[in-house]
Design a protein around this ligand. Structure first.
Ligand code: HEC
Length: 198
């Protein structure tokens, strides 16, 4: 009897270990499950994502970097927050809950300084008609973030205002994740705003 109990206990233990080690709750990063960062990335994306032909792990990680770390929305979404949701206290905002503006998400159009050619306007990073974010190939995108050279518009020689001096230290994988996320967001046009972070 006792031997049967021990055998039963061993079988149950084996089953529990097997189930736990295969569980998506483990939160690690392999083919079956998304990393914790990618999961957060999906939960905070302000827009519906097109995952067709894309690695979900890269899309989720890209969303995490863009929406939880790099602040791209502040300079590339005009206005940055959904109407009535700007989280900053008056007179800067309306003490809202900080919900991003999904309608014009990352479509650029924020002016920095006087009108061009003296000042700059942030670029539209959403997919163009061929699906390329901001019209850039992955290589061009990496060049822009790693060197500040704008492959589409070399007017100053280097991108102005854009924080490429920070972004250039990201890993190739992080840059590829951002690019993949930007390929998955909807194409959009800017709304109206008079500055960053509105
Ligand atoms: C402080 C404001 C600011 C932040 C934050 C910012 N950008 Fe920019 N970005 C700009 C401005 C302004 C330009 C246009 C600069 C110019 O034309 O000289 C630009 C240009 C770009 C370009 C070049 C587009 C082209 O057509 O060649 C890319 C790509 C880009 N940004 C991606 C990003 C991404 C991705 C993030 C977040 C990881 C980000 N930016 C965060 C201000 C910002």
């Amino acid at each position: 009897m006792r031997r049967i109990q021990v055998a039963a206990a061993v079988i149950v233990l084996f089953a529990v270990v097997t189930i736990l080690s295969n569980s998506p709750l483990r939160g690690d990063n392999n083919d079956r499950t998304l990393s914790q960062k990618a999961q957060i990335g999906f939960s905070i994306s302000p827009v519906k994502l097109n995952l067709q032909d894309k690695d979900p792990e890269l899309v989720g990680l890209g969303s995490y970097i863009v929406n939880a770390q790099a602040g791209c929305n502040d300079c590339h979404t005009c206005p940055s927050y959904a109407p009535g949701h700007n989280p900053f206290p008056p007179p800067f905002g309306v003490s809202g809950n900080g919900e991003f503006n999904g309608a014009n998400y990352l479509a650029g159009g924020i002016a920095f300084g006087p009108p061009p050619p003296v000042g700059v306007v942030s670029a539209n990073l959403t997919p163009d008609s061929t699906g390329k974010p901001g019209g850039l190939t992955l290589e061009q995108f990496k060049t822009a973030l790693q060197t500040g050279h704008d492959p589409l518009d070399p007017k100053f020689g280097l991108l102005a205002v854009m924080p490429w001096p920070y972004f250039r230290h990201m890993t190739n994988r992080d840059l590829e994740a951002i690019y993949t996320f930007l390929s998955a967001i909807p194409t959009a046009a800017p709304g109206s705003c008079s500055g960053a972070g509105q």
